[in-house]
Ligand binder design. Structure first.
Ligand code: NDP
Length: 486
């Protein structure tokens, strides 16, 4: 039976699940249940996999030009429905509407447009072997699974599905349980754009449903966005059937500000690197290393601008800092802040807000800045995933590079300096997959984005990602008699 509350999507339509497991879809700004979502059962997962297998047969046989046209049409529909989807994304995540309207849906549409445009240009190569020859075919993998985090739900669904579908794969997407809705809207949009049934499907549920997918023998690839611990489990589960794996995991990225930097720009960079989306961004530069000689001025400017940040109802266009994703997550962030107070100097913020008009039950935490003396403090070592920045100081370039790299993570890094030779010299030594010079957290679809070290493996966006969703078949063609040794 199809109900408004049906959140599974396969065979080109919404469906109810068959399990008796439910979870709440909560608006974190209001602390209010919006929907009760039914989790997929093992039987449902089987049905979804069958749908994806049938979709793959149709989609992989279609011409790449036609595939690209459908992806680009889906991008157009997404953009046309920007406001409606942005509001749903805000209800699910608590992020400011101004952000969702300008970034989340558009960056998803960018990916569909970009890979839709590339689909028809995917090709193999020809090798002249002096008479005989060989060629390669770039072929899809089969059924790919995308597992999403809750911070950028529709963007993550698009970043994974666009390259997967452009290469001719089908996809089953499992959104995070905390942000389940927009993936279903994306599925409906794909269907409206002409995507054959079964090519993009949505399975709802918690980690157990993710695990049913990562362990399923008919699935060829898993692309996860999530925590490092989850990445390790997913990789172990995927290893049984040797699936391809892309892991976009957590980070504790360094942002280095040299004495010659434009300090107003550096302050803007540090704020974008810590307070955008309430700090719930994987690549955030939460360890801000500032040259000792400019630290006092930098902090003055930073504090003055941070005081002006408007925390409030995420649905208000003037709000710059919204609600954290859940009560549990808010408590975790507040615990880190309490710990931080013992190991560093709290400069600003550091508390929960329960006085937000119309949102008194929401999960709000004020933008928080610590000044730490040592890198061994927990708030300097561990990913907090909230609006918590730690400022540290340094004097020597060599020393700050070593400190920046002294972490198991390697997702991102940033450098602010007017000396471009230094910028490149430093960036070349940073152990991070995504580095910014004189800016932070920009991820246009054309450039590959992805981690080093325990922040994961593989790329999203850019041409590089196509390798992760396709495989090369090599064909040798004999044009002469076999030169047989027998
Ligand atoms: P989690 O790792 O908790 O969850 C990510 C997804 O994996 C969710 O859909 C979750 O399901 C699912 N999952 C959990 N356990 C398993 C399992 N054993 N097998 C299969 N699937 C599983 O991350 P969060 O959702 O809390 O997101 C925050 C994290 O994501 C942060 O560490 C952040 O840095 C990282 N992140 C990384 C990005 C990157 O590009 N590198 C971008 C954005 C976020 P459910 O939650 O429904 O139970």
């Amino acid at each position: 039976m199809i109900k408004e509350n049906s959140f599974l999507y396969y065979d080109g339509a919404r469906h109810s699940a068959t399990s008796d497991h439910y979870f709440d879809n909560i608006d974190p700004a209001k602390g209010k249940v919006i929907h009760t979502v039914q989790s997929a059962s093992l039987d449902d997962v089987e049905v979804v996999v069958r749908s994806a297998a049938a979709g793959f047969q149709i989609w992989s046989a279609m011409s790449p030009t036609e595939r690209g046209r459908i992806l680009r049409k889906a991008a157009d529909i997404l953009r046309a429905r920007n406001e409606e989807i942005a509001r749903i994304e805000v209800e699910d995540t608590g992020k400011p509407l101004s952000e969702a309207l300008s970034v989340d849906i558009h960056s998803g549409a960018d990916a569909l447009e970009y890979y839709g445009g590339i689909a028809a240009s995917l090709h193999g190569e020809h090798y002249d072997l002096g008479g005989s020859f060989a060629y390669t075919r770039r072929e899809p993998l089969g059924i790919c699974v995308g597992i999403g985090a809750w911070n950028y739900p529709i963007q993550i669904a698009c970043w994974k599905s666009a390259p997967a579908l452009a290469c001719g794969n089908s996809m089953i997407f499992k959104p995070a349980e905390l942000s389940p809705r927009s993936a279903v809207l994306l599925a409906e949009i794909f269907t409206e754009a002409g995507l054959p049934n079964g090519v993009f499907n949505v399975a709802q549920g918690k980690a157990d449903v993710g695990q049913m997918l990562t362990r399923h023998p008919e699935i060829q690839k898993i692309s996860l966005t999530g925590e490092v611990g989850t990445g390790k489990k997913v990789m172990a589960d995927a290893a049984n059937t040797l699936k391809h794996v892309t892991l976009e995991l957590g980070g504790k990225s360094p942002l280095i500000i040299f004495e010659d930097a434009d300090l107003d720009e550096a302050v803007n960079g540090a704020m974008i690197a810590n307070f955008y989306t309430q700090g719930e961004i994987c690549s955030n530069g939460t360890r801000v290393y500032v040259a000792e000689s400019v630290k006092t001025v930098f902090l003055e400017k930073l504090i003055a601008k941070t005081k002006l940040l408007k925390l409030g109802d995420p649905m208000e266009m003037s709000t710059q800092v919204g609600a954290l994703i859940s009560e549990g997550h808010m408590k975790k962030v507040l615990q880190y802040i309490e710990q931080g107070k013992k190991e560093a100097r709290l400069i600003i913020g550091g508390n929960q807000r329960t006085d937000v008009e119309g949102c008194s039950k929401g999960y709000f935490v004020t933008p928080t800045i610590f000044e730490a003396k040592v890198d061994t403090a927990n708030i300097v070592q561990e990913e907090i995933f909230g609006p918590v920045m730690t400022v540290l100081s340094f004097t020597e370039e060599k020393d700050v590079i070593e400190r920046a790299n002294n972490t198991v993570y390697g997702l991102a890094a940033g450098v602010f300096t007017r000396d471009l030779a230094r910028a490149h010299r430093v960036v070349n030594q940073l152990e991070a997959g995504m580095c910014w010079i004189n800016n932070y957290n920009l991820t246009p679809v054309e450039i590959p984005f992805g981690p080093y070290k325990q922040s994961g493996m593989g790329k999203e966006n850019g041409l590089a990602t196509l390798n992760a969703y396709s495989q090369l078949k090599t064909v040798y063609v004999e044009m002469d008699k076999i030169d047989s040794p027998f």
